[in-house]
Design a protein around this ligand. Structure first.
Ligand SMILES: [Zn+2]
Length: 280
């Protein structure tokens, strides 16, 4: 049985002190298993803090992932924006590594009006460069482009999986709520969740399923995709069907809850997951 850890996107709301270390300790008190370091606006964490975060995470058995800044577009028309995007991913990967994080995820590109195959090739080229730099630095953190929440953003399951096929050290981050939103309501049944997992397993092997980085939240959406995140129980997200699919595929890794009800929904997910496991 692979170990699936469930946790929060950032510091739990009920943490008294707003620090990553306190957040990790709070997650351990709650009995959750992982936390995503949210560098989504900027990366303020410095090396001494990251080293301390690593110590606290190891001491409490909380595993870490990283979300790189939102301001990333590897398909920008402006070369300096592409360079800045790469720097942001690198910076997140570097400080994440110091903090002992396993994986760094990011929204790779926007399509603009470009042919999707061209966007794929451009994104791939940049990711190869980022991976090569990290490898040269001895940084083995997983690089994980994410499935995105809007049809204007690069990041279908096929695109993300194919990058993993073509670039060693690149793997998918599957945001199930984004898939649901970008398709305006699909990707929300047991069968559809199983299709996503099958696609990953068939292309990237069982190991990719046993170590998977995932996001989930309730989500409001329309024809343009994601509008905003919602508490799970105020949304139509079929999270129990998702958890059942994760159990049936023996999925391990990190399931990060991005709901506004951060740790409450992470606990809701964890309880439902345990209940479904016990039924097996
Ligand atoms: Zn994201």
């Amino acid at each position: 049985m692979s170990k699936l850890r469930i946790g929060t996107a950032g510091i739990p709301a009920s943490t008294s002190l707003r620090s990553s270390q306190a957040g990790i300790q709070r997650l351990a008190e709650l009995g959750l298993g992982c936390m995503e370091l949210e560098f989504v606006r900027s990366i303020q964490m410095k090396e001494p803090t990251a080293l301390d975060v690593k110590k606290v995470a190891e001491g409490t058995d909380i595993e870490l992932t990283v979300h790189a800044p939102y301001y990333v577009n590897l398909n920008s028309k402006e070369p300096e924006k592409v360079t800045a995007s790469k720097e942001r991913i690198l910076k997140a990967a570097r400080i994440g590594r110091v903090a002992g994080a396993n994986s760094v995820t990011f929204h790779a590109s926007f399509y603009h009006d470009d042919d999707h195959n061209i966007v794929y090739e451009r994104t791939k080229k940049q990711l190869i460069e980022i991976r090569t730099i990290l490898n040269d630095e001895g940084n083995t953190i997983d690089l994980r482009p994410e499935t995105t929440g809007s049809p204007t953003q690069f990041g279908t399951v096929s695109e993300i999986v194919q990058l993993g096929v073509e670039i060693p050290g690149v793997y998918p981050c599957v945001d199930f709520s984004h898939l649901h939103a970008r398709s305006n309501g699909a990707f929300n049944t047991y069968e559809e969740f199983c299709q996503v997992l099958t696609q990953i397993q068939e292309n990237l092997g069982k190991s990719a399923i046993q170590r998977l980085h995932m996001h989930v939240s309730g989500i409001d959406y329309g024809v343009k995709g994601e509008k905003k995140h919602l508490p799970l129980q105020e949304s139509d997200m079929a999270y129990e069907a998702l958890l059942q699919a994760l159990i049936d595929f023996n999925v391990g890794g990190w399931l990060i809850c991005e709901s506004p009800e951060l740790e409450n929904d992470a606990l809701l997910l964890q309880r439902a997951y345990q209940r479904l496991l016990e039924k097996e």
